[in-house]
Design a binder for this molecule. Structure first.
Ligand SMILES: [Zn+2]
Length: 153
């Protein structure tokens, strides 16, 4: 993963998986990253680096209530049963210092930018309102012919 100017990775495993999953993996000597599509991790990391703004994903490890913003295990009762989150292909993040709309706009303006070329889907609106976090995923979708799938839920 990419590192910030202090030499630290931008993200911790806890920001991508809930605590039970993290502990289960650690007990087996595994990393949370093993659960994810490499194209998703590549894109989150590179987008974070490019924008130079923090992303809030799971924040339980520092006192917040978000724990299903990355991977959703079989024990997660939130979201759709067939969500891309359950396949390790989706992430939800709240960008700090830039709006979710602005981030989506940057991605959609340049969908094949090498930094986020693996992104195939963005959630745009929910019940007609723009979503205040960025959901992006790397689902199997014909981006070459159809562009990034923009979901209005
Ligand atoms: Zn999502």
């Amino acid at each position: 993963m990419l590192r910030n100017r202090h030499g630290k990775p931008y993200f911790t495993e806890a920001e991508f998986v809930d605590l039970n999953t993290l502990k289960r993996l650690q007990a087996k000597g595994l990393k949370a990253w093993n659960l994810f599509d490499p194209g998703l991790l590549f894109s989150v990391d590179n987008l974070r680096h490019y924008l130079g703004k923090p992303f809030i994903i799971n924040n339980y490890s520092y006192g917040g209530d978000r724990k299903w913003s990355g991977y959703r295990s079989m024990y997660c009762l939130e979201g759709a049963v067939d969500s891309q989150h359950r396949l390790g292909r989706a992430v939800d993040f709240v960008p700090v210092g830039i709006t979710a709309d602005e981030v989506r706009e940057i991605i959609l303006k340049d969908p094949w930018n090498p930094k986020w070329k693996y992104i195939t889907c963005l959630e745009m609106t929910r019940k007609g309102k723009s979503i205040p976090w960025v959901h992006m995923d790397t689902r199997n979708w014909d981006k070459i012919n159809n562009g990034i799938l923009q979901l209005n839920l």
